[in-house]
Design a protein around this ligand. Sequence first.
Ligand code: MN
Length: 261
Amino acid sequence: MSALDMLATELATGAVEVVDLTHTLDPDFPVIVLPPEFGQCARFRMEEVSAYDHRGPSWKWHNISMSEHTGTHFDAPSHWITGRDQPNGAVDEIDPANFVGPVCVIDCSQGAAQDEDFELTPQVIADWESEHGRIPADSWVLMRTDWSKRSGAEYLNMREDGAHSPGPTPEAIRMLVEDRQIRGFGTETVGTDAGQGMHYTPPFPAHHRLHGAGRYGLQCLSGLDRLPPTGAILLAAPLKIRNGTGSPLRVLALVPGKDRT
Ligand code: MN
């Protein structure tokens, strides 16, 4: 029996389950807000073209528009200035083998519940590895904070000095990119960086280092509490936008069924 035959059987029996890690695209879903002197990210918009009426008697459809970075979305290397010269740095150029792969989930939910500026540090990663083993090269690493359970103003958590949400320190993201050679890093918040990530050196260290090394980001993920720490497979394929710097997408995970965890 081939591995794919086994996978088909396990999907049919529920020994492997499919988990959706995606927020619904909706005009009310928050997008990142930059200081007013910068260009801004557009929210999702949908207009009805016809709905079984005089505009199209037998069909219903919509025109949609949004930013590349709206909702649950993928960041390509060309999104950041450090990645501008990376080969295959746009979403349409990335080898699709990178869209399917293993995922490690670091649970920071308790820390984030106590501290909205909770930092993923090298020590947090080391503690996780002492329990679950070394992060394998070419894995996705996702930072679980349960931030996806927030909604409305609580999600961006804006104050006078900007957004407050958890994220990785520069040294943690350096460790993941250089020492662990991860494929990409994902979060449940609006960015791969902390809300106050502009104050690190370098500013926005996750964007800076990930994309400078040709790695990927995932943001606005939902429901990371449904993933095991190791052993799941992530399916994250952005839209094939020519020269696109990112894309909304449906992020799925294959996980052991409930009777197998
Ligand atoms: Mn983005």
